[in-house]
Design a protein around this ligand. Structure first.
Ligand SMILES: NC(=O)c1ccc[n+]([C@@H]2O[C@H](COP(=O)([O-])OP(=O)(O)OC[C@H]3O[C@@H](n4cnc5c(N)ncnc54)[C@H](OP(=O)(O)O)[C@@H]3O)[C@@H](O)[C@H]2O)c1
Length: 292
């Protein structure tokens, strides 16, 4: 299927649904017991079904996830894919960023990234140093676009003032339950400043709908969709928002793809926004504000 795209006023485009890779190959370290072939097959299955946006990071399985992605994408035309990786918050000095990007390219087996993100801001390295390195990566053609992740509004403003290039996205935790980006004004900032908000963990790692709330069941019935499809569709129904979900399961991928290409009525989107139970205003995984 052709996954719909969203486009910024600047012309930058992203598909509304991308494949996440966190936990493919391991968690923070490589898991020798991981079924690597299953993850490679899952990435290929997604590509065969129209997924082009693949999200990874140097820190996933300590680089091993990028190697798996590299193996998975080998048979495909690189230009048909939209590859995203991230530099870890412990590598944000100028030369560290340049080196980290080169290592990521090597592991991915490609000579450019479509988008390169600061995974999280550092409390010690001045942001200007990192932004200068990202500008250099664009200048060298190793990276096509730059963005940030887990940045609150004031950090986005700071980053914007320190780069020659456009910050095209902020990748943040956002789903029906976790609303920190609404509460902290990040969603509004992205909408008003022409920045894509890339919502990670739309299914709260599959836990979001362990018990399906009545408001979700009601809308699933109304639209003839599954609760998971309602949850993903709600995220991408927000202006300037696209999403990423990880799955190594082909049935889940098919289900998730059924979440795109249609819309709920505005009153239903707003009903979900207000009635989804047990909402949280701080991420349980990566809060926007943090101290050591
Ligand atoms: N920038 C950041 O700091 C940051 C942080 C976290 C994540 N991310 C990125 O965002 C991506 C998505 O987030 P996430 O992986 O944490 O969470 P997620 O996509 O909400 O959830 C993934 C989990 O949900 C399961 N799942 C997927 N589709 C399903 C379905 N239709 N029905 C039931 N279960 C389903 C998957 O298991 P199966 O494999 O069995 O389907 C997997 O365990 C990550 O993979 C990563 O690339 C970025």
């Amino acid at each position: 299927m052709k996954i719909p795209i969203k486009q910024l006023a600047s012309g930058f485009q992203m598909p509304v649904y991308g494949l996440g890779t966190w936990q493919m190959g391991g968690r923070n370290e490589r898991d020798p017991k991981n079924n690597d072939n299953a993850d490679i097959s899952a990435i290929r299955y997604a590509i065969e079904r129209g997924v082009t946006h693949i999200d990874t990071a140097e820190s996933y399985a300590n680089g091993y996830t990028e190697s798996l992605v590299g193996q998975a994408i080998k048979p495909y035309d690189r230009r048909s894919l939209f590859l995203v990786s991230k530099v870890h918050s412990s590598h944000l000095e100028y030369q560290q960023v340049i080196d980290a990007a080169r290592f990521s390219l090597d592991r991915l087996g490609t000579d450019y990234l479509d988008l390169y993100l600061i995974h999280r801001y550092s409390l010690s390295t001045p942001l200007g140093e990192t932004m200068q390195a990202l500008d250099e990566l664009i200048h060298q053609g190793l990276v096509r676009n730059i963005g940030v992740s887990n940045f609150p509004v004031e950090k986005m403003e700071e980053a914007r003032a320190l780069t020659k290039n456009k910050i095209v996205c902020n990748q943040v935790h956002y789903n029906l339950k976790y609303r920190e980006v609404e509460k902290e004004g990040v969603l509004r900032y992205c909408q008003e400043h022409d920045v894509m908000l890339v919502a990670w963990r739309p299914l709260q790692k599959g836990l979001l709908l362990d018990a399906v709330p009545p408001v979700v069941s009601e809308l699933a019935k109304k639209y003839g969709k599954t609760p998971t499809q309602i949850a993903i569709n709600w995220v991408i129904s927000q202006d300037h928002v696209v999403t990423l979900s990880k799955t190594s399961n082909n049935d889940h991928l098919q289900e998730n793809l059924g979440a795109v290409g249609w819309s709920m009525d505005t009153e239903d989107i707003e009903k979900l926004r207000s009635e989804f139970p047990n909402q949280e205003i701080v991420s349980d995984a990566v809060p926007l504000h943090y101290s050591e």
